[in-house]
Design a protein around this ligand. Structure first.
Ligand code: ATP
Ligand code: MG
Length: 288
C-alpha cells in the first residue's frame, strides 16, 4: 500500500488543530515530541513534522504529498512552487488576516500615505504584491518575528502582520489600516499517482464529513400538531424534517438539522411559531 505523507507544522499555532482534525477523522497515531516522522496505525498515512514555511516547498519537491498550512504561507511561498501545489481542501480553522498597521500618531487617510514608508513584515511577497497592485513605492523590511515592535524601536514606520483579534496591535499602540489578505488553514497537495490519490480522496471525504458536522446542529423540539406546518417550513433538515407523534395526542416531535450560522435566527422563529422543549445536539459526522 502506498502511504500518503502528510506534512504538519511541528510546533506552532496550527499543530494542535491539525492533529485534532486527523483524530476526528478516525486516524490514530502517536506524536512523540522531537520526532520528525510518525506513522498512522489504522490509515495509510505518515505524518512529517516540519516548520510551516517549509511545507509548500516540500510538497512541491515531493518530500511530502500533502500538507496543512495557513493560506498566507502558501501565498508567501508561491514564487518557489509555481503552480505545482494547489489547495485541496479549506479547513476552516486558524482564521486570520494579514494587515498593515501604523502607530496611532501616524497620519493615515489611505494607501497613498504609505509612499516611501518603511514597512516591517515577515510576508514580503504578499505585501510586495499588494503594494505593486496599488502602485505604491515603499520599502519592505523583512524580519522574521516580533514584527509589532518594529515601529517602537525605530526599525520601520509601519508593519504588515497577522491579526486575529487585534489585541497585539492595540497593546503596541498600533492601528490596523489595510487588510491585504484573508487566511485560514488549508490542505495543500500536488499531482499524485492513482494509489495515493485514492488515499487522499478518502482523507478528504472524512475531513468534509467532520467539518460539515461541525457546521451543523441536530435539533429536536415539540409542538402542537396545528403548528407543525409553520415549524417545518422553517427547517430544511438534510432532506426534510422528521415529524413523529408524541404519546400525548395533539403533539408532535420534530427532528432536523440546522446550520450553525443560521442557528440563533431560526431558534427565535421556531419559538415564535410555537416550538417548545427545544434540544440542540452536536453532530459527530455528517455524510450526505
Ligand atoms: P514555524 O515555527 O512553524 O515557522 P510560525 O511562527 O511561522 O511557525 P505560527 O505563529 O505558529 O507560525 O502560525 C502559523 C499559522 O497560523 C500562520 O501562518 C497563520 O496562518 C495562522 N495564525 C497565526 N497567527 C494567528 C492568530 N493570531 N490567529 C489565528 N491564526 C493565526
Ligand atoms: Mg513559520
Amino acid at each position: 500500500m502506498n502511504v500518503l505523507r502528510l506534512a504538519i507544522q511541528k510546533s506552532g499555532r496550527l499543530t494542535d488543530e491539525s492533529l485534532e482534525l486527523m483524530r476526528e477523522c478516525g486516524i490514530e497515531f502517536n506524536k512523540a515530541t522531537g520526532k520528525l516522522k510518525s506513522p498512522a496505525y489504522n490509515f495509510p498515512l505518515e505524518f512529517l513534522f516540519l516548520r510551516d514555511d517549509d511545507i509548500p516547498e516540500y510538497v512541491a519537491d515531493g518530500v511530502a504529498d500533502v500538507g496543512i498550512i495557513g493560506e498566507n504561507v502558501l501565498a508567501e511561498e508561491q514564487h518557489k512552487i509555481k503552480d505545482t501545489v494547489t489547495i485541496v481542501e479549506r479547513l476552516g480553522f486558524s482564521r486570520c488576516r494579514l494587515s498593515i498597521a501604523v502607530p496611532k500618531t501616524f497620519h493615515y487617510d489611505d494607501v497613498q500615505n504609505l509612499r516611501g514608508v518603511r514597512i516591517a513584515t515577515s510576508f514580503p511577497t504578499i505585501l510586495g504584491n499588494f503594494l505593486r497592485e496599488k502602485g505604491i513605492q515603499a520599502e519592505i523590511h523583512e524580519i522574521s518575528g516580533s514584527v509589532e515592535i518594529a515601529p517602537s524601536i525605530g526599525l520601520a514606520e509601519a508593519i504588515c502582520d497577522i491579526v486575529s483579534s487585534g489585541s497585539t496591535l492595540l497593546s503596541n499602540g498600533l492601528v490596523e489600516v489595510e487588510t491585504i489578505f484573508k487566511s485560514e488553514a488549508v490542505l495543500i497537495g500536488r499531482k499524485l499517482d492513482a494509489e495515493k490519490q485514492h488515499v487522499l480522496d478518502d482523507l478528504c471525504f472524512r475531513i468534509q464529513s467532520v467539518n460539515r458536522a461541525k457546521n451543523n446542529k441536530y435539533i429536536i423540539l415539540n409542538a402542537r400538531t396545528e403548528n407543525i406546518a409553520a415549524i417545518t417550513s422553517l427547517l430544511p433538515g438534510i432532506k426534510s424534517p422528521t415529524v413523529t407523534p408524541l404519546a400525548e395526542t395533539g403533539w408532535c416531535a420534530v427532528h432536523s438539522v440546522v446550520r450553525e450560522n443560521q442557528f440563533w435566527d431560526i431558534i427565535e422563529k421556531l419559538k415564535a411559531a410555537g416550538a417548545e422543549g427545544i434540544l440542540v445536539i452536536p453532530i459527530e459526522k455528517m455524510i450526505l
